[in-house]
Design a protein around this ligand. Structure first.
Ligand SMILES: [Zn+2]
Length: 385
């Protein structure tokens, strides 16, 4: 979190609020880190303000502004319609309120949408927690708890309660999906960002496998193509970007832990295997790159408890497991891009060019994409199954 409450920034945010007919004075503005796509600020107001009748007055808000480029890569175009989809998702999740009595340790929430400005692509949301941490930090802090059983119980309760919550978001909406637009701009962006570069990334790493291009195309068609439609059993309302920074979790302070799911710009009707594949991929990466065995085991526990609980709500076939495995391949290619070195071995010092870690990631990713055999007792499937 960076403090940016210069007089200029405060003036800018006050002008923004005024534009929306909100005559609120601003005490301070902080830039929220973690997002690479949008400009996000936490704003402390000088007095509590009620934005919508159904929500109590608040003294802090989150403002998200979507420009027509990426925050961290201003030369990359990205449609501003993503903020409309985020607004749609937040309103929709509020309708879907999850009421599962079996939930006993976790409360899953989504931020309440307080205001959306479709002309300026700005949304104002409830602040779901200034002191909260993302999923990666939460698992790390859990690994520091003294009692090993407590660590495992807490982590597996998160996974086994998040599974039904996600299935609820995915399928409760089935009858409403007709009236929702597909998030085509985000799908197009993902295609350009994650699918299209695969072949050239592979060639750059010396991989020349004729099966790769058709495998990538098939994976794209399965998740985003024309045959993802309302008749398909896996068609549901998806989050679209379920990585660790999309979770804002309370630390171990109370009996009821809360977990807010944020950043819904990639959401919309789609194939639910997208969410499952992205979520499990990130947990797998964190686990397999972790030298602390306790922590690594906690990630695996999270993945297994999540997958078991999700698939007890919605049956997943061997074919689905193969789609998930292939999505690991797509994502792994994405994480091997030249400017990402976070997965490099400690011994790697080639941090500016293509290094041997990235080459081996791309070889592995290729195998995940082209190999049609599904060995359930082997990685990555045995990581979560
Ligand atoms: Zn490296």
């Amino acid at each position: 979190m960076t403090l940016v409450d210069s007089a200029q920034t405060i003036q800018y945010v006050e002008a923004l609020l005024l534009k929306m007919n909100l005559n609120s004075k601003v005490l301070s503005v902080q830039q929220c880190e973690g997002g690479f796509i949008n400009y996000v600020w936490r704003v402390h107001l000088s007095q509590t303000t009620q934005f919508i009748p159904s929500h109590p007055s608040v003294s802090t808000i989150i403002i998200k502004s979507s420009a027509s480029h990426l925050k961290y890569q201003p030369n990359v175009y990205f449609s501003t319609t993503r903020s409309d989809f985020e607004a749609q998702a937040l309103s929709y999740c509020a309708e879907l309120r999850h009421t599962d009595d079996r939930q006993n340790k976790w409360k899953f929430i989504t931020p309440v949408l307080l205001f959306s400005d479709e002309v300026n692509h700005i949304i104002i949301m409830e602040d779901v927690g200034e002191c909260n941490t993302n999923l990666e930090e939460w698992v790390k802090s859990t690994s520091l708890l003294k009692d090993t059983n407590h660590q495992l119980n807490l982590t597996s309760s998160l996974g086994s309660e998040f599974g039904p919550f996600l299935a609820h978001i995915h399928f409760k909406s089935k009858n409403d999906l007709n009236r929702m637009k597909l998030n085509l701009d985000c799908i197009e962006f993902l295609k350009g960002f994650a699918f299209d570069p695969v072949e050239s990334l592979a060639i750059e790493a010396g991989v020349n496998d004729h099966r790769l291009a058709p495998a990538v195309q098939e994976q794209y068609d399965t998740l985003f193509g024309a045959h993802v439609n309302n008749g398909h059993s896996h068609f549901g309302f998806i989050v679209g970007d379920l990585w660790p920074n999309s979770f804002l979790m309370s630390l171990h302070s109370s009996n009821l832990n809360s977990c807010a799911i944020i950043d819904w710009e990639f959401s919309g009707p789609g194939n639910i295997l997208t969410d499952i594949g992205i979520f499990l991929f990130w947990i797998w990466m964190l686990s397999t790159h972790e030298s602390d065995t306790v922590l690594s085991k906690l990630y695996q526990c999270l993945a297994k408890s999540f997958f078991a609980s999700y698939s007890s709500h919605h049956t997943l076939s061997d074919g689905d497991l193969l789609v998930i495995k292939k999505h690991f391949g797509i994502m792994l290619f994405g994480e091997s891009q030249p400017w990402i070195h976070r997965w490099c071995k400690e011994s790697c010092n080639a941090k500016s060019t293509l290094c041997s870690c990235q080459v081996s990631m791309r070889l592995h990713a290729t195998n995940l994409l082209v190999e049609e055999n599904l060995e359930k007792n082997k990685p990555p499937i045995n990581f979560f199954l």
